[in-house]
Design a binder for this molecule. Structure first.
Ligand code: S3P
Length: 168
């Protein structure tokens, strides 16, 4: 089976569905945000102390230096594929699934989970929706280069597993 990377915007369900898919397939699950925080403290604090540019570099190094099990589902931070050659690296080392979710759904999901996400802090209501809409529009052309595009609304582990099987 090898490695499967889940990419997509914050709040698209990469961690939730990644964990379920790993359970369903009985393989390991790695959440790169979690590994980042184990090594460096919270992402939010890291942004404050070192800034976004250093965060992007450290996150990219983590992607490439992690020793992965032979078979695993890997969930990634929302910005990871849009910096450096990270998306191509993931495509070369495994299969990349983009969890596509519309901005309105993302905004609703994130309205209560903003504090741990430095890019969203202090944004509310329309401002939050506008930020997500604009940032997603910038990033989506890159996300869409994944080998598999999955409709992230109503997705299940079984559907994701089917998409993976039909792709290979
Ligand atoms: C970010 C997404 C976050 C985290 C950081 C920046 C982004 O990960 O890496 O806050 O730029 O989209 P999640 O997508 O797992 O929330």
């Amino acid at each position: 089976m090898s490695l499967t990377f889940l990419i997509g915007f914050m709040g698209s369900g990469k961690t939730t569905h990644g964990r379920k898919l790993a359970n369903f397939l009985d393989v390991d699950f790695i959440d790169l945000d979690e590994v980042f925080e184990q090594q460096n403290g919270t992402i939010s604090n890291y942004f404050t102390v070192f800034g976004e540019e250093k965060f992007r570099q450290t996150e990219s190094d983590l992607l490439k230096n992690t020793v992965y099990p032979e078979n695993a589902i890997v969930s990634t931070g929302g910005g990871l594929p849009v910096f450096f050659d990270n998306l191509n690296w993931m495509k070369q080392h495994g299969t990349v699934i983009y969890l596509q979710v519309p901005p309105g759904v993302i905004a609703a999901r994130l309205s209560n989970a903003k504090n741990e996400r430095p890019l969203l802090q202090h944004k509310t209501g329309n401002e939050l929706l506008q930020f997500i809409t604009e940032r997603l529009a910038e990033r989506e052309p890159i996300y869409l280069k994944a080998q598999i595009i999955a409709d992230g609304v109503g997705i299940t582990a079984r559907k994701l597993a089917d998409l993976l099987v039909h792709h290979s």
